[in-house]
Design a binder for this molecule. Structure first.
Ligand SMILES: Nc1ncnc2c1ncn2[C@@H]1O[C@H](COP(=O)(O)OP(=O)(O)O)[C@@H](O)[C@H]1O
Ligand SMILES: Nc1ccn([C@H]2C[C@H](O)[C@@H](COP(=O)(O)OP(=O)(O)O)O2)c(=O)n1
Length: 391
């Protein structure tokens, strides 16, 4: 289900929204970049645990943009490019493709989709993949892990192999894939478990029963989001009110020292009970601290100083109010501020790595037998053939 060109997004569309098509980006997307507020749900599980089967159901019911790392890699193999041939031999060996290639494929498909909310299936399969994706794309909102015994997965894969045409669905490769899963992918589940992100679901029952569990998890996520949205709205309202009151107070007492009292911490407060910091910054009623990047100016442009003495002339100083980076922030226009929702997590943080991944998306790689990688010289006309066009 594509997002490009769709006009159906709600501004505050939840991550999972029943009976919705995959959501297009709600914020302007710069060319070649992910839209602000990009969100991802990882779907993990051993080979044959049923990730793809459940993803189909999730997409049908909730509408997220589904991206399967394995499918993206197989598409590359099908293209018969030099890179595709390299990938095929790695996958036949049950090994993992170098992370630059997989992340470049995923990132490109994400950007090209025009969507904002993604179900990423079969990724990350190793800790390096998880950490690099976090640095160069985004943090996952949640990780669904389909738990399944190896014997069950083996039976399923052998059965799938009768019709899948996949070169890795055979007894010999399956064994190698299980080894890779246990050695490299299980640590990813542990990593996200430590961060409280994993929802573990038994993948043994029939697909419809597994999906009942999946629905419970996703509906829990919806409820959590609704709570977060309500909390954020409250914080914004409280902050706006504080700002409006603060501006009025500063305007109302231009030339005199406001009467003050001292708190336990020794900070002086104005009559309104607003506390001023040494730097003259004002804290909000919600107790949110401020960062320099979030500085705003009140309508009067006047500042409450530590001495509480005469407010400075409007053209001389600024009063600032800030919010934590994690919370929705308001930005000043004129006095009473226009409110803007912040993305729930930061997008690209590491430009150098991002550039490396971009580079990997242009250059085929040469693999050695031990899985180490080097970039190979490409013919002048091959640069655009290294990756498939974005979905
Ligand atoms: N819960 C289930 N019970 C029985 N068979 C299943 C179940 N889920 C998936 N399968 C079957 O097992 C095979 C592997 O499922 P698939 O979704 O392709 O797994 P994965 O994407 O994890 O490799 C498929 O043939 C699929 O039809
Ligand atoms: N993040 C990933 C995902 C898949 N791969 C490679 C290695 C995997 O064995 C194959 C197939 O992955 P896919 O997720 O489609 O398949 P299974 O879960 O094994 O059924 O792709 C990878 O190297 N890195």
């Amino acid at each position: 289900m594509g997002c490009k060109g769709s006009k159906s997004a709600g501004v505050n569309a939840p991550f999972v929204a029943e009976a919705q098509p995959a959501q297009p980006a709600t914020a302007p997307q710069k060319k070649g970049e992910l839209p602000p507020g990009t969100e991802v749900l990882f779907v993990l599980g051993g080979p044959g645990s049923g990730k793809g089967t459940q993803c189909d159901r999730i997409v049908a019911k909730y509408g997220l943009k589904h991206l399967s790392a394995g499918d993206l890699l197989r598409d590359e193999v099908k293209s018969k490019s030099a890179l595709g041939l390299e990938l095929e031999s790695i996958m036949k060996e049950g090994k993992l493709v170098p992370q630059e290639t997989t992340i470049a494929l995923l990132r490109k498909a994400m950007i090209g989709s025009g969507c904002q909310r993604f179900l990423v299936d079969g990724f990350p399969r190793a800790l390096d993949q998880a950490k690099t994706f976090e640095r160069t794309v985004c943090l996952p909102r949640l990780v669904l892990f389909f738990d399944c015994p190896l014997e069950t997965m083996e039976e399923r894969l052998l059965s799938r192999g009768k019709t899948s045409g996949r070169s890795d669905d055979n007894a010999e490769t399956i064994k190698k894939r299980f080894k890779t899963f246990q050695e490299q992918s299980i640590p990813v589940v542990d990593y996200y478990e430590e961060r409280g992100k994993v929802k573990k679901i038994s993948a043994v029952p029939p697909p419809e029963e597994v999906f009942l569990e999946v629905q419970q998890v996703l509906e829990g996520l919806q409820a959590q989001q609704a709570g977060e949205a309500a909390g954020a709205a409250q914080a914004i309202a409280a902050e706006n009110q504080t700002q409006a009151v603060g501006a009025m107070q500063v305007d109302a007492a231009p030339d005199t020292v406001p009467s003050t009292r001292t708190t336990d911490s020794g900070k002086r407060t104005t009559d309104s009970g607003k506390r001023t910091t040494d730097s003259g910054k004002q804290t909000t009623d919600t107790g949110k601290r401020t960062t320099d990047s979030d500085k705003r100016t009140t309508e009067s442009g006047k500042r409450i100083t530590e001495s509480g003495a005469a407010a400075l002339p409007a053209d001389d100083a600024t009063a600032t109010t800030t919010a934590t980076a994690a919370s929705p922030a308001a930005e000043g226009t004129e006095g009473i501020r226009e409110v803007k929702q912040r993305p729930s997590f930061v997008g690209i943080e590491d430009e150098v790595l991002a550039a490396k991944i971009e580079e990997a998306s242009q250059a085929p790689t040469k693999m050695s037998a031990d899985g180490s990688r080097s970039v190979v010289e490409m013919p002048a006309d091959a640069s655009s053939a290294a990756l498939p066009a974005a979905a």
